[in-house]
Design a protein around this ligand. Structure first.
Ligand SMILES: NC(=O)c1ccc[n+]([C@@H]2O[C@H](COP(=O)([O-])OP(=O)(O)OC[C@H]3O[C@@H](n4cnc5c(N)ncnc54)[C@H](O)[C@@H]3O)[C@@H](O)[C@H]2O)c1
Length: 320
């Protein structure tokens, strides 16, 4: 297959681009490098540095080469920043995303895999399936859902799989790409940062209604996510349909549990303090992954937390 990947210089887009290339597929990346980096872009991929809203340049790609499928990763993803700058998120994630997809449809490119987020569900204290009521609580998750709704509105014209990722963790198995930011909302990344800088780590709130008072998340390894994308693409290239899937394992770890396991696997003792709750933080987010397991016949292979921690740390110490 020949895939157009938006956001392929970012953490997830680059990991999945490498995976697709490893499996013999052709990858064309469009990324404006607003949060991504050229160091993440695989050498075997064709790379264009421009914005997804640049319809003229995207159309040129479509005219030059037949694109079989589009993987749309490009977005801003910082939940906390979105609370302060909601318009930035609405404009980039929804408005530009809509213009981009409209341009694809106009050019007869109609097979899409869209990276959405479990944050569209908001807070639920049980395993979430795809039929669950949606309740996005930040401008980030609202912008992601708005683009989902645009795609749903156009479902008769297109073939599309919306993947709602839970928390993505781990790095490429050959450590070719990963996260380059020093700090963000990724817990394992923040622990790597605290370890390297010998900083005191802040746990944001320990008075939530969970087993140890700290928020619980379902962490999916980026390699498993990559396999999901390939399986999904193969299916949708054979047949036209529109489906939404959760991407997670169906079990979660609390922040304290991750901190303890991180210390254990990295043989370190990160000191921590209990800080204030983060505004609009989701307390519990765990996938019910039955639907994707059945439909794609996907089986998770990288659930081992030791591997997630050790590979993330190896990457971090080498590159950051
Ligand atoms: N990281 C997670 O845990 C997580 C969880 C749920 C969903 N997601 C979704 O996965 C996708 C990828 O996330 P990530 O963690 O790799 O983020 P990232 O910031 O590492 O990558 C995003 C990439 O998109 C590019 N980009 C942003 N706006 C652009 C634009 N207008 N034009 C061209 N390029 C643009 C950036 O330069 C960057 O390379 C996002 O859509 C995000 O909403 C991520």
């Amino acid at each position: 297959m020949r895939a157009l990947v938006t956001g392929g210089a970012g953490y997830i887009g680059s990991s999945i681009s490498n995976y697709l290339l490893d499996k013999g597929h052709e990858v064309i990346i469009v990324d404006n490098l607003s949060t991504g980096t050229i160091h993440n872009v695989p050498k075997e991929a064709k790379f264009y540095k421009f914005d997804i809203v640049n319809s003229k340049k995207i159309t040129k790609i479509f005219l030059e080469k037949k694109i079989d499928i589009v993987f749309h990763f490009a977005a801003f993803i910082n939940n906390e920043e979105s609370l302060k700058r909601p318009k930035k998120y609405y404009d980039n994630n929804y408005k530009k995303g809509k213009i981009f997809f409209e341009n694809c449809i106009k050019n007869n490119v109609k097979k899409f895999i869209y990276s959405s987020t479990a944050a569209v569900y908001g807070n639920k204290n049980f395993k979430i399936n795809e039929k669950e009521r949606l309740n996005p609580i930040s401008p980030y998750s609202k912008s992601k859902l708005k683009l989902e709704n645009f795609l749903i509105k156009n479902k008769k014209k297109i073939s599309c799989i919306i993947l709602r990722y839970f928390n993505v963790a781990g790095v490429d198995k050959k450590l070719r790409c990963g996260f380059y930011t020093k700090k963000g909302s990724n817990l394992i990344l923040n622990l790597c940062f605290a370890l390297k800088k010998k900083n005191i780590f802040t746990v944001n709130g320990n008075d939530y209604e969970t087993r140890d008072g700290t928020p619980i998340r379902d962490y999916i390894h980026v390699q498993d996510l990559a396999e999901i994308h390939l399986l999904a693409a193969k299916k949708i290239l054979k047949k036209n349909f529109f489906k939404i899937f959760n991407c997670g394992y169906g079990h979660g770890y609390s922040v304290m549990e991750i901190l303890k396991k991180f210390n254990f696997y990295s043989n370190s003792k990160i000191r921590y303090v209990i800080g204030k709750r983060r505004k609009n933080d989701i307390v519990i987010s765990i996938a019910d992954p039955k639907k994707i397991i059945q439909f794609l016949k996907w089986r998770p292979k990288h659930q081992n937390l030791e591997h997630v921690v050790k590979s993330s740390l190896k990457w971090y110490l080498k590159h950051i």
